[in-house]
Design a protein around this ligand. Structure first.
Ligand code: IVH
Length: 666
């Protein structure tokens, strides 16, 4: 039977790799996303049951390994240069003239590639395997972000075909607008401040120290520069065509242009067509195609002479600031929004723009009635980039930020070091209370689909639900008494609420809407502490000892459960019959019974949570630090040096992932 499973697993692994390649590299998927996810789940399930048959390069492994302590700074093998830019067609003609003159030719072939707005990355492949990914940094040295980059699904971990034994390929990591919007929706749902643009998120994502968190960010890559000591190619386009053949994701919309005239045609086309792309481009990179010519042209001190970036004009409009409204989020965070005299920008009418926070208003020095410059540089959220002070009418002065909540009048607070103001009246400020109900019933929390945003608000306005547990006291006739409420809808609401009582503890915990307790944190808390009483009574030390729970989350939890009201909410939810403890852990044997193991580093086959689950399923316990009581230190790549030293000093056996798997005989 295991031979069977082994074969099936290998077959499914192969199939998923092909689907990944079709989806991310060829952009020609042959199955739906749901089908893919189902298949991936199946493989994940098998790999958990039969880790000895798991392929270390399985598509499931692109979801991230363990935590990273620090990013190592590493020198670039070849300096990572930037490009000269221009916004003008004349300068582009001059560039072409310089190129032709230096080479002594009448015209040259160029490759045009869209300049995607992301962050530059350098990948190293050895014997067809991705071995290192480094950010640009200062051009001489960058951060080693290999583990994070491995989680990007369009980054090919293992190549196919006839590739050189060693090479470097550079490109851009970026995020599609859809993914960016989804991420911001999630942030809004968690009451957190929104990201300004996809570029910032892409670059921020690579600096997250938890590859599993990075894996959740929908990042993409495009690889546009092949480099190797013995370059076998005659042209840039041939090198990228070959790279594409090895399974690497190269630019989709590039074009080989016979001369500068064809380059201008490309620019004209994409200045308009880029608006229909799902990601931001801020220009076109124009490269001399012949690599011999590239070498002859060489570099200035800063940039290559064989390439230039033509930047599209960003569109700016000037309009009047009619007023500022202040939105209050679920956690009480205040966001100022500029209300503008409607103005047309890149084909859409802009009426509102985010002003982010009080600091931004101070920076701009803007007043109501001012003429402001609004810009949309390919980004979806328009921003106010400045004030036309020459048009300021007498009597206008800088906006004074509100001191009180626009919804409930409570004085606002701003914590030290935070840009955002908050309304502290979380118990009775309408948008906060409604937001909390909405969050509790949301799909990822209790999933009560019969209550949407409007219904959550109606329940609050009718004084039926002021706090989350009130939901479980609702009676059919109370709901029926609401305006425009039918029997069927009311029945659905009651049934939906009743059904939610079987939702897992993790979902309940996430649904409570405690600041900074998102889905992942809720899972970690439930797994580490087991039930709500332990979480409510945990000290700062106990909380921060949990993997990934830092001071900020721990403080927020302690503060939340200091409130009598919040504690009594829990009593009421318990009385209503909600699940307030984690599901029983799986038991697979007792080969580690009574043993305490400490885990450190990143592992090849399993992530840290899985290693922990494996140990616990075999009767062992996982300790936070190496002490005299530790039986084994399970060491992965990049293990913390202090743990290693301590284990050696105390003569504690240091074992690897495979040793552990052998110990439990799977
Ligand atoms: S070639 C020496 N090609 O734009 C050649 N760069 O403003 C260096 N970029 O640092 C880069 N798309 O981060 C090249 N198709 C493309 C590009 C591209 C985006 C970025 C890259 C570079 C920056 C220069």
């Amino acid at each position: 039977m295991s031979v069977d499973i082994q074969q099936q697993m290998a077959q499914l692994t192969k199939e998923l790799k092909e689907h990944n390649y079709r989806y991310y590299v060829l952009a020609e998927p042959s199955i739906s996303d749901q089908e893919f996810d189902l298949k991936l789940k199946q493989l994940e399930h098998w790999e958990q049951q039969y880790p000895m048959f798991a392929d270390p390069h399985s598509p499931t492994q692109q979801v991230g390994g363990g935590l990273l302590d620090e990013f190592k700074t590493v020198p670039h093998k070849r300096r990572m240069l930037s490009l000269g830019n221009t916004y003008s067609e004349e300068e582009l003609l001059e560039f072409n003239e310089r190129v032709c003159k230096s080479l002594g030719v009448d015209s040259v072939e160029y490759v045009c590639e869209l300049k995607i707005d992301g962050l530059a990355i350098s990948l190293f492949y050895e014997n067809g395997k991705l071995v290192q990914a480094v950010t640009r940094g200062d051009g001489f040295q960058g951060d080693d972000v290999t583990e994070n980059v491995r989680t990007i699904r369009s980054v090919t971990p293992v190549l196919q075909g006839n590739f050189p034994a060693e090479f470097e390929i550079r490109g851009e990591i970026f995020m599609h607008r859809k993914g960016f919007e989804r991420l911001n929706e999630q942030r809004a749902a968690q009451g957190e401040a929104l990201y300004a643009n996809p570029r910032n998120v892409a670059s921020g994502s690579l600096k997250i120290k938890d590859p599993q968190e990075v894996a959740k960010r929908p990042l993409d890559i495009t690889l546009y520069h092949f480099l190797s000591d013995s370059n076998p190619f005659a042209t840039h386009s041939a090198s990228l065509d070959a790279a594409h053949g090895w399974g690497l994701k190269t630019p989709n919309n590039s074009k080989l242009c016979k001369n500068i005239q064809e380059v201008f045609d490309f620019l004209k086309h994409w200045d308009e067509a880029r608006k229909g792309l799902g990601y931001d481009t801020d220009g076109v990179v124009i490269k001399v195609n012949n690599l011999q010519y590239q070498q002859e042209l060489g570099f200035t001190a800063k940039v290559p002479r064989w390439a230039i970036a033509y930047k599209f004009q960003t569109e700016t409009a000037c309009t009047e600031l009619l007023g500022i409204t202040y939105q209050v989020g679920r956690t009480g965070a205040i966001t100022p929004v500029a209300e503008l005299d409607p103005v047309s920008l890149l084909g859409t009418t802009v009426k509102r723009a985010s002003l982010h926070n009080a600091n931004e208003i101070d920076r701009l020095g803007v007043g109501i009635g001012d003429w402001v410059f609004v810009e949309k540089g390919g980004e979806i959220i328009p921003k106010i980039v400045g004030v036309d002070f020459s048009r300021r009418k007498p009597g206008i002065s800088q906006v004074e930020y509100i001191q009180e909540c626009p919804e409930c009048g409570t004085p606002l607070v701003r914590q030290e070091g935070e840009a955002q103001h908050y309304c502290p009246n979380s118990e009775a400020c309408a948008p906060q209370v409604i937001g909390k109900i909405e969050h509790f019933v949301a799909r990822k929390a209790m999933d009560i689909q019969s209550i949407g945003s409007e219904m959550a608000e109606a329940l609050y306005r009718n004084n039926l639900v002021n706090r989350i547990p009130d939901l479980y006291d609702l009676q059919l006739d109370q709901i029926l008494a609401m305006d425009r409420m039918g029997q069927k809808s009311a029945q659905n609401i009651i049934e939906g609420i009743a059904a939610s009582k079987t939702q897992s503890f993790e979902r309940v915990l996430f649904g409570l809407g405690i600041r900074y307790v998102g889905e992942t944190v809720a899972k970690k808390l439930a797994a580490a502490l087991g039930n709500i009483q332990n979480i409510m009574n945990a000290s700062m030390e106990e909380l921060t000892a949990i993997d990934e729970i830092g001071d900020r989350i721990a403080e927020s939890l302690i503060q939340h459960f200091q409130s009598e009201q919040n504690r009594s909410d829990i009593d009421r939810l318990l009385a209503a019959g909600l699940i307030m403890k984690a599901a029983e852990k799986l038991s697979l044997g007792d080969s580690l019974k009574g043993k305490i193991l400490v885990i450190s580093g990143v592992f090849a086959k399993h992530d840290r949570d899985e290693i922990k689950a494996i140990i616990e399923a075999h009767g062992g316990k996982v300790g936070a630090g190496v002490t005299g009581k530790t039986d084994f230190l399970v060491a992965g790549d990049g293990i913390g040096p202090s743990k290693l030293e301590k284990a050696q000093k105390l003569n504690i056996p240091i074992i690897g992932e495979d040793d552990l798997l052998q110990m439990i005989e799977i």
